[in-house]
Design a binder for this molecule. Sequence first.
Ligand code: AP5
Length: 218
Amino acid sequence: MNLIFLGPPGSGKGTQAAKLSDKLGLIHLSTGDLLREAVKDRTELGKQAQEFMQKGELVPDALIVGLIQDKINSGKLSKGFILDGFPRTIPQAESLKSMLVESGVTWDKAICFNVDDNAIVTRMAGRRLCPTCQATYNVNVAGAMPKVEGKCDNDGAALTIRDDDKEEVVTHRLSVYHTQTKPIVDFYKQESLLVEIDADTNPDDVFNSLLDEIQVAK
Ligand code: AP5
């Protein structure tokens, strides 16, 4: 199964992708995680991307499309994949379509997780991230808190707050989402691939709605 996860920043794409890849053994490909890794490792891509990410702007299409092309060419996605955070612009959506057609890969659905902007700003204030394994927690959401305060459940690393989770940057990321990314929801509607999910409920209920939509047993 090959899926694309869409939705505003903080709508729970990463949380749901992690749960679904655990359940079905799909590869979870998050462009945000790949870029944060590149920034941490100070690669050429990371150096170019960092300034855009800190401001809450999108990284230029050419950089991101090259990153995804490399992953598709590597053949590692053949078990099935979830694209989380890509595409984010119409040119990215068109490039992805061409890359997949050229590689003979089909995709099943584009899932859009919908959450109201005000709820997102509140949510993001509580997000914590493991810098080692990228696991995501929320100190304000039951079921998303770490077992030990400030420590990752998986590896015990000290949890961090993302630079781009400051309220003013989140507000800007939401505006970038509405102007640059929202149009691809219509793109996938026209391709008859779009499924919309109310993601403003607790993470387990969202996951159950997701399983219903992709017809996977709970
Ligand atoms: P990226 O990391 O992709 O950020 P994003 O899309 O803005 O999404 P987030 O990771 O912030 O949120 P999410 O939807 O995954 O939610 P999560 O599950 O974490 O991108 C970062 C930056 O990289 C971009 O701004 C851009 O600069 C660049 N970039 C990346 N891809 C790019 C591309 N294709 N093109 C150009 N630039 C690109 O959940 C959020 C919080 O809410 C967590 O604390 C979680 O525990 C909690 N939570 C999850 N579900 C629920 C729920 N149902 N109820 C309550 N709380 C919940």
